[in-house]
Design a protein around this ligand. Structure first.
Ligand SMILES: [Zn+2]
Length: 385
């Protein structure tokens, strides 16, 4: 017997799974798989290396290429330390708003997609659903998800990532390199610091390089491929630094974190590469003072960008369904970066407001939730024509 649940009932069920990244997501995956299988749909799972988390994907309609992928993540950010007026894992409706963790980011979209499953019949163009784990901790699940889909399903030619954009068609986002730098110094008394290496002062040189590169990027003329971004150039930011033990000892260690947000023309990682070259030069210099000293650089979880591809198949489709013909880019990363890296035409378009994501008392308005359902309805009709 097919399970028939309204979008609202599905939202209640999905939010009740506290799918923060430190826990397994198999409960919600089981629930969704059972629901889809009750509608006669074959699901595919793709587990992570622990076996505690899985991506889930499936295909509706004819076994042909050219379909549309509806992409979403199943994980949510934690609620620890946040002041909630109601239970974050129970959807509560107040004043035209549906409160609960993930209502906007992005179980609201998942609920509308699943509620539309009974309508996904008589399709001429296939629809695929792609649900990932661990998006919130570095877009981790999407990469193997895209690979697994390529191996198992006919190739789709448009991906709609349903992150909250207020159903505007978002064509791109920057890529993000999260970089960790560890400078090792050599300790001596500060009065003879020419015989030591201060990790702090060496780090300051590296930070200054980043500051200068920011200024250069800002001063350079804007390439039209980057014009959608705000700001329309790559930014390099040091958000965290610590090192040293005393004012009169050359510091033995200094660590700092850099986030590099690349615009389209820089998504090849040129700024990170240039920075690495400078770090290698400095590494050689400090090693000449003392062989224990050095500079180590590593990238933590690179988040691929989504370069705007104007008038791409995904953009055309999303514009046709939403009527939004304006051009938008955003500054947050999405699973869309991995889909584009995998060769899929991709846009971000979903109900809700990103400003409410990750917040205490996260909600989606009933109006946006219904607009999301209307969007799906139109999309399905389009795939039936
Ligand atoms: Zn999200």
């Amino acid at each position: 017997m097919p399970q028939i649940l309204t979008a609202r009932e599905l939202l209640d069920r999905l939010v009740a799974f506290p799918t923060v990244s430190r826990t397994s997501n198999l409960g919600i995956v089981d629930f969704i798989e059972e629901y889809l299988e009750s509608h006669g749909i074959t699901c595919h799972r793709d587990y992570d290396e622990t076996g505690e988390k899985a991506n889930l994907f499936c295909h509706f309609g004819p076994e042909i290429e050219g379909g549309v992928v509806l992409s979403a993540h199943l994980d949510v950010v934690p609620v620890d330390g946040q002041d909630w007026a109601s239970d974050p894992w129970v959807v509560e409706e107040r004043d035209g708003r549906l409160y609960g963790r993930g209502t906007t980011d992005m179980k609201g979209f998942v609920a509308t997609v699943l509620a539309a499953v009974p309508q996904m019949v008589h399709l001429k163009r296939p629809i695929q659903i792609a649900l990932s784990y661990d998006e919130e901790v570095g877009l981790i699940g999407a990469r193997p998800l895209v690979d697994a889909m390529k191996g198992k399903l006919p190739r789709a030619n448009a991906v709609l990532v349903g992150e909250p954009t207020g159903l505007r068609v978002v064509s791109g986002h920057k890529s993000c390199d999260a970089v960790e730098v560890h400078v090792t110094g050599h300790e001596v008394h500060s009065s003879i610091h020419d015989q030591g290496v201060s990790a702090v002062m060496t780090a300051a040189r590296l930070v200054e390089w980043l500051r200068k590169r920011n200024a250069e990027n800002r001063a350079a003329p804007v390439d039209e491929r980057n014009a959608l971004f705000d700001p329309p150039y790559t930014t390099l930011h040091v958000g965290l630094i610590h090192g040293g033990t005393a004012h009169n000892i050359t510091a033995k260690d200094c660590w700092f974190s850099v986030d590099i947000r690349n615009v389209s023309t820089d998504m090849d990682g040129r700024h990170f590469n240039d920075f690495s070259v400078f770090c290698a030069e400095v590494d050689a210099e400090v090693k000449a003072v003392h062989p224990d000293a050095g500079v180590e650089v590593r990238v933590n979880a690179p988040g691929p960008g989504m370069a705007p591809e104007l008038d791409s198949p995904a953009e055309e489709l999303a514009r046709r369904i939403t009527g939004d013909n304006a051009r938008h880019a955003v500054s947050y990363g999405t699973d869309g970066g991995w889909f584009q890296t995998g060769g899929y035409s991709t846009v971000v378009c979903g109900p809700g407001d990103i400003a409410l994501a990750h917040q205490p008392n996260e909600y989606i308005t009933v109006e946006q939730f219904e607009a999301g359902q209307a969007f799906l309805h139109k999309l399905i009709k389009h795939c039936q024509e």
